[in-house]
Design a protein around this ligand. Structure first.
Ligand code: ISE
Length: 335
């Protein structure tokens, strides 16, 4: 039987995941849609046959046709949803961030360890992007030697109205915190945030762009240009500089045109476009593992580590200087 999924949060990501489970991937169906806004839950649930709308995540998780939970509500609501899913030992795909800060992420780690097995996959979808996957596989072969530096660029067309300067770190650079840890296989030990004069196109009081530098326990540096009001497109690029060469992704050169004395191509406009394939692969991997009683992908430990890095990053943004990241010892469940 297909996996019955409750999607919690019927906003932009939640609604996109409902469409994906219903139309794109196999082995699952959306049996519940939950949102604090009853009308929004109903509207999204109505798109799927036999799907029930709820306002209470706990009630949805108690339904007989719910076998697994996809959490796509705002970050501050994740901890309660995760703990409720653990109560029923349900597999969870939790959108990033796992939780908004390190202390709450640690509580989730403790609760998952009490279950005795992994139940959470964190939605760091870049790990499922074909380009990122090739870069990671290449670095892992060691052919290029040891990675010395990683240069990352992360650009959005425009930031939503609720965006704050801290969110450039906790919401956006969270992806590079995970990508850095995953690509290098190292933990981030310190964060520095530099602040160029903001773009005139950024909303008032928003520190945009920012330049973030991560140091790792393997002695590498990873820098991130985060620019969320660049105006021209959604662009995510990474270049690893290693002892015997470099490797770079995200140039978007899949299609290059030559016409009327110019060459060119197009740039994606948002993450659902740039990372559409990554999301499809991510959710399919989650469903496949869950149907066999297993868990795959980025773990709650990865979610905790990213939360701790972002917390240090937000402090570095506010206070200036270099802020160290103190992680707890990695529990056996995640080794
Ligand atoms: C958003 O939440 C995402 O996760 C996107 O991938 C990122 O590019 C954007 O900056 C975030 O706000």
């Amino acid at each position: 039987a297909p996996l019955g999924v409750a999607v919690i949060g019927a906003g932009r990501m939640g609604a996109d995941h409902v469409r994906r489970i219903d139309r794109v991937i196999s082995g699952a169906r959306v049996t519940a849609v939950v949102d604090v806004d009853a009308e929004r839950a109903k509207a999204v649930a109505a798109r799927v046959d036999g799907c029930t709308a709820y306002t209470d995540p706990v009630a949805a998780m108690a339904a007989a046709d719910v076998d697994a939970v996809l959490v796509a509500s705002p970050g501050p609501a994740h901890e309660a949803a995760l703990l409720a899913a653990f109560e029923r030992d349900l597999p969870v795909l939790c959108e990033k961030p796992l939780t908004p800060d390190a202390a709450s992420a640690l509580r989730v780690l403790e609760a998952e360890q009490a279950l005795g097995h992994r139940r959470v996959q964190v939605g760091f979808m870049r790990r499922y992007d074909p380009e990122y996957a090739r870069l990671e596989a290449l670095l892992r072969t060691g052919q290029l030697g040891r990675p010395l530096m990683l240069h990352n660029r992360h650009r959005n067309v425009a930031s939503p109205p609720f965006f704050t300067s801290a969110m450039l770190i906790s919401d956006s650079v969270a992806h590079e915190a995970d990508a850095t840890r995953w690509l290098l296989g190292q933990e981030i030990t310190a964060v520095t945030v530099l602040r160029p004069a903001p773009s005139a196109n950024a909303p008032d009081a928003l520190q945009d762009p920012q330049f973030v530098v991560f140091e790792t326990d393997g002695g590498a540096l990873s820098d991130v240009e985060i620019f969320v009001n660049c105006g021209f497109g959604y662009q995510v690029q990474a270049e690893a500089v290693c002892e015997r060469g470099t490797a770079r992704i995200g140039d978007g050169h899949a299609l290059v045109t030559n016409t009327a004395g110019r060459w060119g191509g197009t740039i994606a406009q948002d993450w659902t476009e740039r990372f559409g394939t990554a999301y499809d692969r991510e959710v399919q991997a989650w469903v496949d593992a869950a149907r066999h009683g297993g868990t795959t992908g980025p773990s709650a430990w990865d979610g905790y580590a990213a939360a701790a890095v972002c917390e240090a990053g937000v402090t570095a943004l506010r206070e200036g200087g270099r802020v160290t990241v103190e992680l707890v010892e990695k529990p056996a469940l995640y080794r």
